[in-house]
Design a protein around this ligand. Sequence first.
Ligand code: C2E
Ligand code: MG
Ligand code: MG
Ligand code: MG
Length: 282
Amino acid sequence: HVKSRGKNGFAFYDGSLSIPLHHRADMERLLRNALDKGEFELHYQPQIHLGGPRVDGLEALIRWNSPELGRVAPDEFIRIAEETQLIVPIGEWVLRTACQFIRAIHENGNEKPMISVNVSVVQLIGQRYVERVLDILRETGLEPRYLELEITESMVIESLDLIADKLRRLREQGVNIALDDFGRGFSSLSHLMRLPITTLKIDKSFIEQIPDSMDIQPLTGLIIRLAQGMGLKVIAEGVETYFQLDYLKKYECDCIQGYLFSKPLTAIMAREWVKTVSLPIT
Ligand code: C2E
Ligand code: MG
Ligand code: MG
Ligand code: MG
């Protein structure tokens, strides 16, 4: 059924998802002003290093609080932001805000967790991307080794050489590069080896199969071994159960990210979490 959404248009409720699928033109129009109107917010999800255990990093995840549309999930608007190039200014705002946030954490505590920021291919192939990142690092006073940029494999295939070159220049300055969502779709080791990546993030579609599939279990372990053999840090995404945690510990996965430890938190909550959390996982 179709539900009216005031004078701005309609929200279509898809029976299977119960997510309102807003009229594309509406969303695009509202997205154009969202940055200036201060409607974006970053949430931060902790990444726990099992060796400590300690907070190794925090992933910045964008939230859009639209007065007209309500809370819009990134999966609903990032694609439109990419198609309209709006992702370029939005992505710069994300990077600057995330760098400022982690600087504040470093200044107020003993721990120095990293900040991970998702990057779109549209940003990467854009003009002067490397320079823009380095400018923001200088401007916020964050050392490059505390920044990790997350890229996804599906997006790099089209312009692999250009992207590999830009990432290499960032890597030379000390920025860390993570391959996000590994194993979600088509994954190619030869692509992987042409990119200067430092971290592999195993997609939650793999992790969620741990409890009930004997086939996936050894494969996940194998990916961990293989990645570590290449000198990469491995992060498991979407860890929700102690069973999954035990399994990942057994295979010596470096880091865990998921609802088991924490959902993405507001900046204030995340700061508090880093300061006060005690991890019951040794
Ligand atoms: P991602 O980079 O793979 O981020 C992880 C997503 O998994 C987040 O969804 C997070 O909330 C969710 N997640 C974390 N732990 C669990 C868990 O235990 N179980 C389940 N079911 N989910 C978990 P979110 O925040 O909705 O973001 C979705 C995607 O949107 C991100 O996937 C990323 O690709 C994109 N995104 C988010 N923020 C940005 C941004 O600032 N820039 C760009 N370009 N993309 C972004
Ligand atoms: Mg990510
Ligand atoms: Mg991502
Ligand atoms: Mg991911």
